[in-house]
Write a protein that binds this ligand. Structure first.
Ligand code: MN
Length: 425
């Protein structure tokens, strides 16, 4: 395994990093912020400091990397990502070096610091990528089993194809938005259980889906395929992905072609893309795949990642209540397999594509990644600290998803995906 300089757990920064921060010097995620002057710039973050990469580049701090300065003067990361994995790694290593405790080059230059470093609370984070295409997989066995048990037959919860291929569908990219964007309850067609005819109105069963997504930073040509062995050259990094869902609309519309309007009214991502490099120390073995998969889906090495996942619900004026705790390691199908499957037929991919995991549910009821499962289809309401009950999500509830990996005293996190559910318009 390649040794990545920036991942060294011994490193410390001269910037202040709180003990429980998701953004120590070992993280160095990539995002895009809008400053006070309205300019959007590519950035990274250490502690609660947002670092303007364009300013760093203009002041010659990236001289030796040979990177074209203007790629950072951008409102998305796509141009930077298109430079390829060796450049992603070199940039991250160089940033790590600049902010390392013992390096005085920027630390002692107050004029430069004022141009480069901003407080997180004083900037606005925007969508970090232009998402061209978006796929949503269905790769957690716990989730697929729960849903199959509730809607079909507990004895045959998984469809016959489920353990042979990573099931997925092509979703819509235009409604993927950044954390802090609030979403109106969708309206649509539903057919209540006791009715013969459909009705139109606001969704009554508003839900979240706890997911992670990866972003590709390299394209393929039509006709080409990616193997499980080279998939990681294509994967730039990951974000938290809240795939908002209207269960009543979904139930009526999804046969025979799958989800449509029940899923495309808003999906909310965390603003910082944590690179696959930064997540390398947290790799773990996945569960044994049985039956054996076809040759193009076989892989070598540890491809799952131990990432703690949490969902909180905050009622209007109330406190954040943790609804569940799950983990990305529960994925049955890993990213390498998902990307190999996505392209095995010659489907081409692009820089900035997003691939969501599907709802990630663990083995125990407190690890289920949706209200549908947590309240078991509405049969087991959840009581919040303020005494109110939820089967699904109410208007003016705020949903917060958090994710972080932790090992050897280093915590590499994603920040949060936050959205408030507004009443239907
Ligand atoms: Mn989903």
């Amino acid at each position: 395994m390649t040794k990545i300089r920036a991942n060294n757990p011994e490193l410390k920064s001269w910037l202040n990093v709180d003990k429980n921060s998701d953004f120590p010097i070992q993280n160095i995620p990539f995002g895009v912020f809008k400053g006070k002057n309205g300019n959007t710039r590519c950035a990274t973050r250490i502690g609660d400091n947002v670092i303007d990469l364009y300013a760093l580049a203009k002041l010659d701090y990236f001289k030796e990397t040979g990177i074209e300065i203007e790629v950072f003067n951008n409102n998305v990361l796509n141009d930077f990502m298109a430079l390829g994995k060796p450049i992603w790694r070199k940039t991250r290593d160089r940033i790590s070096e600049i902010f390392e405790e013992n390096n005085p080059e920027l630390r002692e230059n107050n004029k430069h610091k004022a141009e480069i470093i901003f407080k997180f609370s004083e900037v606005e984070m925007v969508m970090p990528v232009h998402v061209g295409d978006y796929t949503d997989f269905y790769s957690s066995e716990g989730h697929a089993t729960n849903v199959g048990t509730m809607f079909r037959d507990p004895a045959n919860a998984l469809f016959p194809n489920w353990k042979h291929l990573p099931v997925g569908y092509h979703g819509r990219s235009s409604s993927i938005v950044v954390s802090g964007t609030n979403i109106h309850r969708p309206k649509g067609q539903t057919r209540p259980n006791d009715a013969d005819e459909p009705v139109f109105g606001p969704s009554r069963l508003f839900d979240f889906e706890l997911e992670m997504a990866f972003v590709t930073g390299k394209e393929t040509k039509l006709g080409e395929s990616i193997t499980t062995a080279n998939a990681e050259d294509y994967i730039f990094g990951m974000v938290i992905f809240n795939d908002l869902s209207a269960r009543d609309i979904q139930k009526w519309e999804y046969v025979p072609l799958g989800p449509f309007l029940s899923k495309n009214f808003g999906s909310v991502i965390s603003p910082w893309i944590v690179t696959l490099d930064a997540l390398q120390p947290f790799r773990v073995k996945g569960e044994t795949q049985n039956p054996e998969v076809l040759p193009y889906l076989k892989f070598e090495g540890d491809k799952n990642i131990d990432i703690n996942l949490e969902v909180y619900l905050q009622p209007e004026g109330g406190q954040e209540y943790r609804l569940c705790q799950s983990n990305y390691k529960y994925m049955y199908w890993n990213m390498n397999q998902q990307l190999a499957h996505q392209t095995v037929n010659g489907c081409n991919i692009n820089v900035g594509d997003m691939y969501a995991s599907g709802t990630i549910s663990g083995p125990t009821p407190d690890s289920y990644g949706s209200m549908l499962e947590l309240s078991w289809g509405g049969k087991k309401p959840i009581t919040l600290p303020d005494g109110t009950e939820r089967k699904f999500v109410n208007d003016n509830d705020t949903l917060i998803m958090k994710a972080y990996a932790e090992k050897d005293g280093v915590r590499v996190g994603f920040g949060e995906s936050r959205t408030k559910v507004l009443p239907a318009i």
